[in-house]
Design a protein around this ligand. Structure first.
Ligand code: FES
Ligand code: FES
Length: 158
């Protein structure tokens, strides 16, 4: 039976009546139109669907939308405020993407990582992003991107 769910998504209050089985990733993509959150596996492995839920990095295919009722959710569309977020700038400058499929989730996980540890070592960046898979880049440029954002010294938004 459909039930109401209220979330704050990218600083906008949303209310929908949905089936309890709807995953958060499908709520964001299909009901909110936020298709920057990608679906790579739907089994919690690839990290392409990573968003922030109350500031925590969450794979949104592992959560029903109703489980996030009342939470504040940030997607890739919500991080820039009309300009590139420092982590996005890092990916741009350091060629941290190729096909780009993993990139939104990788950036959201990186923002969470820098919120937890503003000055990570390269090993800590690699460890922090271990739940996000990339088939293209070999990860080195992704680590460069996060290191650049860290060096910029700007507080990552969570
Ligand atoms: Fe969610 Fe792969 S689509 S972890
Ligand atoms: Fe293609 Fe990461 S850039 S999967």
């Amino acid at each position: 039976m459909p039930i109401p769910v209220r979330l704050r998504v990218n600083d906008t209050d949303r209310e929908h009546v949905i089936e309890p089985r709807v995953l958060l990733v499908h709520y964001l993509r299909d009901l909110c139109g936020l298709t920057g959150t990608h679906v790579g596996c739907e089994t919690g492995i690839c990290g392409a669907c990573t968003v922030l839920v109350d500031g925590q990095a969450v794979k949104s295919c592992t959560l029903f939308a109703v489980q996030a009722d009342g939470a504040s959710v940030t997607t890739i569309e919500g991080v820039g405020n009309g300009h590139l977020h420092p982590v996005q700038q890092g990916f741009w400058d350091c060629h941290g993407l190729q096909c780009g499929y993993c990139t939104p989730g990788m950036i959201m996980a990186s923002i969470h990582l820098l919120a937890q540890n503003p000055s990570p070592t390269r090993a800590e960046i690699a460890e922090g992003l271990r739940g996000n898979l990339c088939r293209c880049t070999g990860y080195s440029h992704i680590i460069d991107a996060v290191a650049q954002a860290s060096a910029a010294g700007e507080v990552a938004r969570g």
